[in-house]
Design a protein. Structure first.
Length: 646
């Protein structure tokens, strides 16, 4: 056995032990050390860089580590094995993907404004904000020698009379506390109930003097980030809001790598534990502490996520999703409870799952479609959710069509050498001076935070600025020289946003030609999907009345820059609307309103799914879009006009 020490830039260390020949990335995963590996250890992304500080590693040389860097101790964790006691430095950029858990300050109006707006809009359509959770007060006659009815039957009879429902279910958790609560309160109690026309379920029982709040939990399980809110189920008030990095990320940035990981021995439990025990449950504890409530007061949960995340969350084999004919275990289910999957709330809490409509168009999109309100407008609207997969919905109150394209992880920092999620140290907005080529940027985090890398919104800005200032050409190649433009030994160009001495990292924060090429492909996937879907309906971009953009790629997208690089169609900018994390907002509405939940199921069942791979013209559209802004410049007259005015 050899001692393996992971050291971090803040001075902390994690120590563990391993056998000779054990892979360093796998050792880090077992020790819960965050090292970014979007390719899941295939040595193709070059993100799992660590620096050998002492001891030895058996490590292959790769193209991702230059000779000078290798001589300075830099290695890829995924191609390194242990052969002696060793200490390695894990730089901030390698662990930046692991978003710090954040519980929002609800005194900030911005944190809750989107939910209040969604409530107003959904009520305006006539959908009532009510659900099946109730708090009822029940008074019973105490038992006597003449009335020897047992406690559970006594409560059952009283509830039947009160609500005129024959079937009453009292679970073990309530039965266990029933004798004490009844006697301590002279048989006058409050019951937390779920009532339907034919059934009544008793979640909990309290004394008359107890302050009872019925709470619900809405969760958006993204491939990269998990976000959640705890709400008062009676009035929809946000009691707590939080977010954290999805613990599954260390098994790969995309769903395919995670599905492959799930097939390994113990893989289902490993992936399920990563999202539930390591991510969601700690968030619940922090949010409950913030809201001053008990986790057992959370009686209902709603999950919105893509089809693969649903399967991994539930611990269900997801492998058929990646194998033709791509059939999941379920599109919708009504059979999950907190105790089934280990969610740390009331164990009898029912889990609502936002319905999926395809193997790669999931509940996050149906929930987002509900929020976008395109189903309630006569105008033709486009809803786009930017993530590891780009999902689109187009339509109006008469019809809706959806599709998904594999954009890759670039929008969330994957496939980009200095890419990262929108956490502390991420450059989220940028401008570049045309004459001096000097950048001005905004960084996520407290004032004084140094840049570590680029998140999605920052990448869009940087590439747009590089193009508009003539630093790169439409192919993404560097054509200007200056202090900020570097070339490596192979002639590969890069633009330095922050030199090592300015950055909060151990190297320059830069964007390379390879990065730009990867992002061009990602944006090309989005634009070609838009064009292909519209063409299949005999529409063109001029017929789009509104575009609703969702996704947590930064504080917001600069729509002008997104059009400039050819990601979105060249239409008037006032038609674009950034609606934030619509998946979480949709889960919130489904949790609060039974009718909104039913409406989401209706939307899913009535939506047409277009499989882009079956459309012959899609690949031609994609190839044409892999250019800035496009090989057909007539599609971007506004961008071309800007260039002539430069």
């Amino acid at each position: 056995m050899f001692k393996v020490t992971f050291a971090f830039e803040d001075g902390s260390v994690v120590e563990t032990y391993a056998n000779a020949g054990d892979n360093l990335l796998e050792i880090a995963r077992e020790a819960n050390v965050a090292i970014d590996a979007p390719c899941s250890g295939n040595a193709s992304c070059g993100k799992c860089r660590v620096q050998l500080k002492s001891g030895e590693l058996d490590s292959k040389k790769t193209l991702h580590i230059a000779e000078e860097e290798y001589n300075s101790g830099w290695r890829l964790a995924c191609v390194s094995t242990v052969c002696a006691d060793v200490t390695v430095l894990v730089p901030d950029i390698a662990s930046a993907y692991k978003s710090r858990m954040k519980v929002a300050d609800l005194s900030s109006k911005e944190e809750i404004a989107i939910f209040e707006k969604a409530k107003r809009e959904i009520e305006f359509t006539g959908i009532m904000l009510s659900n099946s959770l109730d708090v009822v007060e029940v008074t019973m006659n105490p038992p006597s020698l003449d009335d020897t009815m047992p406690d559970n039957e006594r409560l059952t009879r009283a509830l039947r009379k009160f609500l005129n429902i024959k079937r009453v279910r009292i679970p073990y958790a309530v039965l266990k506390k029933l004798p004490d609560v009844l006697r301590d309160n002279n048989y006058q109690v409050k019951c937390i109930l779920r009532t339907t026309p034919n059934d009544m379920f008793v979640y909990d029982i309290y004394g008359m003097e107890d302050n009872v709040v019925t709470c619900g939990l809405a969760v958006d399980i993204g491939t990269t980030t998990v976000s959640a809110v705890i709400i008062n189920m009676e009035n929809g008030e946000i009691l707590a809001k939080g977010s954290a990095g999805n613990g599954q990320i260390r098994y790969g940035a995309d769903v395919i790598n995670r599905i492959i990981e799930q097939q390994k021995p113990g893989g289902k439990k490993k992936l399920q534990d990563a999202v539930i025990r390591e991510t969601i449950n700690p968030m619940i504890r922090e949010m409950c502490r913030s809201a001053g409530i008990s986790k057992n007061q959370i009686y209902r949960m709603c999950v919105a996520s893509n089809t693969t995340m649903n399967h991994l969350f539930a611990g269900i084999n997801a492998d058929p999703l990646r194998m033709e004919p791509y059939i999941p275990a379920f599109f919708k289910t009504n059979s999950l409870f907190a105790s089934d999957v280990g969610i740390d709330i009331n164990q009898d809490a029912h889990i609502i799952v936002a319905p999926n409509i395809g193997s790669y168009v999931g509940g996050d999109i149906t929930a987002g479609t509900l929020v976008s309100m395109i189903w309630n407008r006569p105008e033709f609207s486009l809803f786009i959710d930017l993530g590891t997969n780009g999902e689109l919905v187009f339509g109006n109150s008469d019809f809706m069509m959806s599709c998904a394209c594999s954009a890759g992880p670039a929008f969330e920092g994957g496939d980009i050498s200095c890419g990262m999620r929108a956490t502390d140290g991420a450059i989220e907005a940028c401008t570049i001076d045309k004459e001096t080529m000097e950048p001005t940027y905004r960084i996520v985090g407290a004032p004084g935070t140094k840049p570590i890398g680029l998140c999605g919104s920052g990448i869009i800005d940087v590439i747009s600025e590089l193009f508009m200032t003539g630093i790169i050409n439409p192919k993404g190649k560097f054509v200007r020289e200056g202090r900020r433009v570097k070339h490596d030994q192979y002639g590969m160009g890069s633009y330095v946003l922050a030199f090592e001495e300015e950055a909060g990292s151990v190297k320059d924060v830069e964007i390379t030609e390879v990065d730009i090429d990867n992002f061009i492909r990602a944006k090309g996937a989005i634009f070609s999907a838009i064009r292909t879907m519209l063409s299949s309906l005999d529409f063109d971009v001029s017929m789009i009345d509104d575009v609703y953009v969702a996704g947590g790629i930064g504080s917001g997208i600069n729509m002008k820059n997104a059009v400039t690089i050819g990601m979105f169609p060249d239409i008037p900018l006032d038609k674009f609307h950034y609606i934030g994390n619509s998946s979480l907002t949709g889960a919130y509405l489904m949790l609060l309103s039974t009718r909104a939940e039913q409406k989401t199921y209706e939307l899913a069942s009535n939506m047409t799914y277009l499989e882009l791979s079956t459309v012959p013209t899609y690949m031609d559209e994609f190839v044409g879009a892999c250019f800035i802004p496009h090989t057909d410049t007539s599609l971007f007259p506004g961008v071309m006009e800007q260039l002539t005015q430069q």
